[in-house]
Design a protein around this ligand. Sequence first.
Ligand SMILES: C[S@@+](CC[C@H](N)C(=O)[O-])C[C@H]1O[C@@H](n2cnc3c(N)ncnc32)[C@H](O)[C@@H]1O
Length: 444
Amino acid sequence: MEEENASLILEGSTPSILPIPDEIDEHFGRGPGSKGLREVFHNSVMTGSRTRSVLLLHHILSTSYFPDGPIRILDGLGASGIRARRWLTELPIEQSKRLDVHVCDILPESLEWVDKNIQRFDLDRSIKLILGDLRSRVLEGGWHWIDLDPYGSPIPFLDPVIQALSRDAILEVSATDTAALTGSSKGPTMRRYGAFVRTDKWAHDSGLRVLMANIARIAARHDRSIEPLLSVWESHHLRVSVAVKKSKRGASSVEKYIGWRIANPTSEELQSSIDANLHPHGCPERSQPFCFLPFRHPVNHEDRRVSGPLWTGPLASKEVLSSMNLEVAEKLCIPDTVSLSSWGFSSDEHSTLIEQSKKSITQSIRRFSEESKVEPSSSLLIVDRLHPHIPLLGPPSPTKLAEALTDSGYSSCVASYPNPSILTSAPWNIIYDIALEISNASIE
Ligand SMILES: C[S@@+](CC[C@H](N)C(=O)[O-])C[C@H]1O[C@@H](n2cnc3c(N)ncnc32)[C@H](O)[C@@H]1O
């Protein structure tokens, strides 16, 4: 449906009107693959990230994380404000009425579209608009929640944004400069993130950990500590969500979870990793794909096996992962037909739209329930990189491997990661024997 040169779209259970792009282009606005200046940016590939944002906010507001009272929440690089409108439209009324929502954008046209959407869909709790550069406007401060979704790297924004958070706050950060974070553009990896990343099959996991380490170190400079809540690599972007607390003591221990990833470690390196509680698999005498080493462990910066400094601790919270289940997501993020009609969607489209929303939310939280059951210290093991550490004739099925490890008492699961992989904290001897058994059985 079209009106006033705008198209009507649905995301989750939130309608939007957006300008029709000059060219037929899924990603309209200035962004990856599009250099031209358009009226407002919108990228449907980020739907999953916005769904998770609604679910995280729902979870946090269901806990006592924030004291009673209004929550000052900022969609810092808001574009059409779709994320902020999803918070208001999809959360239960008892939660959404606590939100004091602001959207900031440097382009007046973006905020005009936020406003058009507020008017068109009659959002009863209005959104406050902030026109200007987030880096200066955010310093008004006292934000309980800030979402940072930039073009490219979030680094230019992190320092002012972290300073502007309240004592207990949540920060969500996207990054689309994946070439820098995964080490394939070495110059930007070093100059933006102060790190080097080995470009192997763990590179996206390393990228998430390099981003997390940068957030932790910037937070520490401002007497704050972080706790990772969720970390996701999806399509062209990485995204991490963290709880940030004012704590000098926590900030001084920033080093606790910062260190190095060593590919193909020696037995001495494995022993140091075990001694530092960074390697749940034990077995220093047997060859293994990688281990983490603490920040103070001497590493040779010319050694191509090394990635870091990066975050060596858990990348997500069990509670957050288990809270993001299909039952909750369907309740919040699937529209009803009465609302669809009132927003102007014709009844012929209803079932397709509901199906699309269901499919998209299922995809956005795929595997979280299983991941919530494994030990937070679990390692990401990529099945076709178990060889040559285990003499396999072919990679074992991740599902079979995770199930067999779980059956032997070590809760494991298939990981939501681009390369077929599992999350496990099982001892290496057990992984070795089970992987061999599965691989041999599959070729018999
Ligand atoms: C990737 S888009 C954000 C997409 C949006 N969060 C969403 O979910 O659709 C980045 C937005 O940041 C805005 N922007 C860029 N630099 C900015 C700055 N320094 N301060 C405020 N906004 C800025 C752009 O105009 C653009 O609308």
